[in-house]
Design a protein around this ligand. Structure first.
Ligand code: NAP
Length: 230
């Protein structure tokens, strides 16, 4: 039987890259995106891969839209959850005038949503042999690496996500939870000056995920498999 992965933010950027990769590798893919059924990128993959791609129309911050996932996970199994949806809302914002709503929204999408979806997925993850939860983090979450400042909302929300990942790894030793940094990647978020293509990042990330072992749980790694400083 094929393995199942759930990917949030699946319609573009790294989420789309993950979706294509796992479909090509023969997995069953639950692709979560806002207006999923209207996204050309996902419609094309649906035509190519048929029933192996299931589109889930959901906003990760809206609990009600996630209900269908919660319901199916009461009975179905899930091998891999990739909490990929994320926002970077605070480029070039000074501390003095920093809009606090930007902090709230960033925490909603980057921390609370991955936590909520992982909570929902636990019963499904418990039904598989090697359950893995990937939190898409960033090197910008690293306190040790922060010499350039700024990005209060993005940095601190991803740092909080790292802590959630670490605690989850301790509290649920039956699963593997990791925080992964994809590199600086050519997506809408990363911009065109980024040195790493989506293909290169996804090839590295999926290799890292495939090679994860139980004692890797709670780690913070990049797409090359290197351990990053907290
Ligand atoms: N690109 C980089 O250089 C880089 C570096 C470090 C970490 N990361 C992390 O990697 C992940 C993917 O980044 P990316 O570069 O692919 O970003 P992106 O191109 O900006 O795509 C972000 C994705 O998140 C989805 N999303 C945002 N808010 C959502 C919500 N409320 N509900 C559902 N989906 C939502 C977007 O969906 P819509 O299409 O509906 O807006 C989109 O699919 C993020 O967590 C990001 O922080 C990226």
């Amino acid at each position: 039987m094929s393995q199942t992965v759930c990917i949030t933010g699946a319609a573009r950027g790294l989420g789309l890259g993950y979706t294509e990769h796992y479909l090509q590798a023969g997995w069953q893919v639950l692709a979560v995106a806002r207006k999923a059924k209207e996204k050309d990128s996902l419609k094309k993959l649906s035509q190519k891969f048929g029933a192996r791609l299931e589109l889930v129309d959901a906003d990760v911050t809206q609990q009600a839209t996630l209900q269908p996932l919660q319901k199916r996970w009461e009975t179905e199994s899930l091998d891999l959850l990739i909490n990929n949806a994320g926002v970077l809302l605070d480029q070039h914002m000074e501390f003095q005038k920093f809009p606090l709503d930007t902090m709230r929204t960033s925490f909603e999408v980057n921390v609370i949503a991955p936590m909520a979806i992982t909570q929902m997925a636990l019963p499904a993850l418990q039904k598989t042999k090697k359950p893995v939860v990937v939190m898409m983090s960033s090197l910008m979450a690293s306190i040790t690496d922060n010499a350039s400042g700024g990005y209060y909302a993005y940095r601190s929300s991803k740092t909080a996500l790292n802590m959630v990942t670490r605690s989850l790894s301790v509290d649920c030793p039956w699963l593997i939870a990791v925080a992964l940094h994809p590199g600086w990647v050519q997506t809408d978020m990363g911009g065109s000056n980024a040195p790493t293509s989506v293909e290169e990042s996804i090839s590295g990330l999926t290799r890292v995920i495939a090679n994860l072992r139980a004692d890797d749980s709670g780690q913070f790694r990049n797409f090359k498999g290197q351990t990053l400083p907290w």
